[in-house]
Design a protein around this ligand. Structure first.
Ligand code: CDP
Ligand code: MG
Length: 657
């Protein structure tokens, strides 16, 4: 279910004729190559029409005639949804009819859908139910150059499936030249020695781009970005600005700074409108960035890496690049995975600059020095080499791939990461001592659409008598920190947080918010406003909760098992239950108020949005880790007892000592 009904706002847009896109000239040869080769690799610059046009070519050429569908995977949710909206418009159908999308917790497809956009992770999940992906006649793995961990795993799966389904067609599209590598991967191990595929290059048109550097490194790139935006606005000709920052918090604060400063612009000068673009936004909010700016207005899109290649925004003439990106990083010593702000690679910086030259000559302002650019790595290491592999190993096992070490990886992950993931899954009870998937627990954990630690927590909840509460908590944590909205009024926001605060920590606070929302907030529009709550996000939580509930119903887990001691208060049952899933994320507060991670001795700080910020605690578990500046923050933190760690995770902590 979509949390927003896009159909109601469906307006046929005026588009540049797709016949003018570079891909149009290659239509016939593309269709021929796809017809005659199991694997076709399409290389073309961003904006050449790969994502929006190729699926439509295939559909028109009859690839869906026998009820089969065309699937297009994207590494990012935002890309899957925005592109689906666009293609539905071009195709002339309501979203969710012939053209639809499916991402975790949001399925906008129907029985008549023949072109389906989705995240690569979702397609892997579909393979759990349909191991040969038999509904698909063609699968296009889009943005393969990003090398997301799900893309890498998917490539391995598709290679396996292709042996069983030689009629399946695979298209790999990539913005950069890694085509040979992809082809070699599919050719490797092919006993017939025949060429499994072909490469086609679409030449795209780009205009020259002036690249400008700072003379010296900046202390605060958010502030530099904002002042650069105003310099462009005052000195440069018309044209929209695309600013690359690393995440939601930076983007929100830059949007606010631009709004404040633009109020001081002299009367009569053209207006400037900042628009955020990041994954936590609702589908509706994301769509604003694609709308052309009003007359006499300059649009400034402040985006995460999403706009680097996955989505094309027309009208951008100026790019401001902060030079950083948030990347997943898993530390096997501490078993902590976090999003870490990291310098971009040269390839990324070039790709970002390229966003300025799509419609006419552009300019790229890099908020770093030319020397700093020269010292950047050429490319970014693939995600599979720096991620917590537990969710993927669990899925491979559930797909019947027992020997995960011998799986055909595009790039094999480091042995240490494999080991840590296996250890964690064992401690969670998803694998047995022979590293085989346990049933039903491990299998159910793989099927549930949340990461293994939360899956375990949810599946334990009936035994703790807190199933209903845990469903709400799981849904709220899935929102990824967008429960409150930020409009700069910190005092009001803090007041709102205090109103829902539960002494035991953030999870129970989230539960309070959820319960208040479903009893009051859904009906009274001013409830959310007064409490600084994000209405759209909370509606989404309601929808996510419903979906998680259906999973549990399917497993036959609906009634609480009242085996738990009734003398234990509900809040304690919830905290105990959380410990059964999140024991690996345990920490202890130090006298100075910081936390020490139990598994690896890292110093952690409570995130300012956490209830544990400035409060006393002893032992805690946490949901998420965010690196910012030099500090490691933990978010969604709840107090526990040390004894529970031994009670529920004896194995895990014995392994460590
Ligand atoms: O996939 P690729 O980067 O090769 O191009 P595309 O995403 O298919 O984009 C082709 C054209 O559609 C570009 O001119 C985009 O600006 C336009 N487009 C759009 O206006 N709105 C979207 N949501 C997606 C694409
Ligand atoms: Mg594309």
């Amino acid at each position: 279910m979509a949390d927003f009904d896009l159909n109601s706002s469906y307006i046929p847009a005026l588009h540049k004729p797709s016949a003018l896109l570079p891909v149009a000239k290659h239509r016939e040869s593309l269709l021929f190559l796809i017809e005659t080769n199991p694997v076709t690799i399409v290389v073309g610059q961003t904006g050449s029409g790969k994502t929006t046009q190729i699926p439509q070519f295939l559909e028109a050429a009859g690839w869906c005639s026998d009820g089969k569908i065309i699937g297009i995977t994207q590494p990012r949710r935002v890309a899957a949804t925005t592109v689906a909206v666009r293609v539905a418009e071009e195709y002339g159908c309501e979203l969710g009819k012939q053209v639809g999308y499916s991402i975790r917790f949001e399925d906008v497809t129907s029985a008549v859908t023949s072109i389906k956009f989705m995240t690569d992770g979702l397609l892997i999940r579909e393979a759990l139910v349909d191991p040969l992906l038999s509904r698909y006649s063609v699968i296009m793995v889009d943005e393969a150059h990003e090398r997301s961990i799900s893309t890498d795993i998917l490539l391995g799966l598709l290679k396996k499936i292709l042996r069983r389904r030689p009629e399946l067609r695979i298209i790999i599209s990539s913005a950069t030249l890694q085509a040979d590598e992809f082809l070699r991967f599919f050719a490797d191990g092919d006993a017939t020695g025949s060429q499994p595929g072909a490469i086609i290059t679409l030449e795209g048109r780009t205009y020259p781009i002036d690249v400008l550097y700072l003379e010296q490194a900046t202390e605060d790139y958010v502030e530099s970005a904002v002042s650069t935006v105003f310099q462009i606005h005052q000195k440069e000709a018309a044209g929209d600005i695309l600013v690359f920052l690393t995440g939601r918090e930076e983007i929100d604060s830059a949007v606010q700074a631009i709004e404040e400063r633009s109020a001081q612009l002299s009367q009569g000068s053209s207006r400037i409108v900042p628009l955020p673009l990041y994954a936590g936004l609702t589908t509706e909010q994301q769509m604003y960035v694609f709308e052309p700016a009003a007359a006499n207005t300059r649009k400034v899109i402040l985006s995460t890496n999403i706009a680097e290649a996955s989505v094309t925004i027309d009208g951008v003439v100026y790019v401001v690049d902060c030079g950083f990106v948030k990347l997943r990083a898993f530390n096997p010593q501490t078993s902590i995975e976090s999003l870490t702000v990291t310098p971009v690679s040269k390839a990324s910086a070039q790709q970002r600059a390229g966003r300025a030259g799509r419609t006419r000559p552009g300019k790229c302002f890099r908020l770093y020095s030319e020397d700093a650019y020269q010292s950047l790595p050429d490319i970014t290491a693939p995600e599979i080499q720096r991620s917590n592999l537990a969710p993927f190993i669990l899925q491979l096992k559930a797909l019947g791939i027992d020997n995960v070490v011998r799986f055909d990886y595009f790039t094999p992950p480091p042995a240490e990461l494999m080991l840590r993931a296996t250890e964690l899954l064992f401690s969670l009870g998803a694998l047995d001592e022979y590293a085989k998937l346990t049933r039903p627990l491990g299998m159910r954990m793989a099927e549930l659409a949340v990461e293994p630690m939360m899956a375990k927590t949810l599946l334990s909840s009936p035994a703790f008598g807190c199933l209903e509460e845990m469903l709400s908590i799981a849904a709220m944590t899935a929102l990824g920190g967008s429960v409150f909205y930020a409009d700069g009024n910190k005092k009001q926001l803090d007041g709102a947080r205090r109103r829902f605060a539960a002494e035991e920590g953030d999870h129970l606070t989230l539960l309070n918010i959820y319960q208040a929302f479903v009893t009051k907030g859904k009906k009274e529009s001013k409830f959310c406003h007064e409490n600084h709550l994000n209405y759209k996000s909370l509606l989404r939580a309601v929808s996510i909760r419903g979906q998680l509930r259906r999973y549990l119903e399917r497993f036959g887990l609906t009634a609480e098992i009242a085996s738990q001691n009734p003398a234990i208060p509900k809040a304690e049952s919830i905290r105990r239950c959380l410990t059964t899933g999140f024991f690996a994320h345990a920490a202890r507060m130090q006298p100075d108020g910081t936390f020490l991670n139990v598994a690896g001795g890292t110093v952690l700080y409570a995130h300012p949005s956490s209830l544990m910020f400035n409060r006393k605690a002893d032992w805690v578990i946490f949901h998420e880790v965010i690196e910012s500046g030099k500090k490691t923050f933990i978010r969604d933190v709840t107090k526990i007892e040390k004894a529970w760690l031994l009670e529920y995770a004896a194995d895990f902590y014995q392994l460590k000592t």
